[in-house]
Design a protein around this ligand. Structure first.
Ligand code: ZN
Length: 201
């Protein structure tokens, strides 16, 4: 056990920062030191921002997104295409799709994927509200933007079965060659999926 080099308050700050994704113990020390040095222009505003966010964070009752308002900013945006419902596993995926800026539909956040091995069943996910939303007259397409993993695809099949009665087109993200990807470096699964879902040129 290395000897402490700072008081318990700073050591605790380092330990908490080290829990953030992408920060190991060394970068957590560096970040803590940076905060300590820049108390006025960084640490104080950060403390305030954390407090404000903590106080206001809510889960959107409509889509399952996390925001500081309910309905969330995405649901409250009337300029979005209400006919397209994009189903994602979590908020990080919603943010990733929004960064890509490829679609301006509405979202539905499942809060995970079905995983019998980990004991995650349909009742643990936001599936019931998805079925309700898919039956709304305005919705004509449900896009299953789920991970290309076994759990992601199991969930996609489960939802497709559930939505059979709803009058919506069900689509999923294409599987295949990434932009800038070289065929020689791709795994066989990706290559064969790309060939199966080829499109006219
Ligand atoms: Zn929402």
């Amino acid at each position: 056990m290395p000897r402490a080099v700072a008081g318990p308050e700073i050591e605790r700050l380092i330990q908490l920062l080290a829990r953030l994704p992408g920060l190991g113990p060394r970068s957590a020390r560096r970040a803590a030191l940076h905060l300590v040095r820049r108390r006025a222009d960084l640490m104080e505003p950060l403390t305030g921002a954390l407090g404000d966010a903590l106080e206001k964070i809510v889960v959107c009752g409509a889509c399952g997104n996390i925001d500081t308002r309910d309905p969330c900013t995405v649901c409250a945006d009337n300029t979005r295409d209400g006919s397209m419902l994009i189903v994602v596993e979590n908020v990080a995926d919603l943010w990733a799709l929004e960064r890509a800026g490829a679609a301006s539909g509405r979202y539905h956040v499942l809060g995970g994927t079905l995983s019998p091995l980990d004991g995650v069943g349909p009742d643990d996910l936001n599936i019931e509200t998805l079925v309700q939303r898919a039956h709304e007259p305005a919705v004509t397409e449900v896009v299953l933007a789920l991970n290309a993993t076994v759990d992601g695809q199991t969930t996609a099949h489960y939802i497709t079965d559930l939505l059979r009665e709803a009058k919506v087109k069900i689509t999923r993200l294409a599987h295949g060659v990434p932009i800038g990807g070289e065929l020689d470096y791709l795994d066989e699964g990706t290559l064969s999926a790309a060939l199966r879902s080829r499109t006219p040129f």
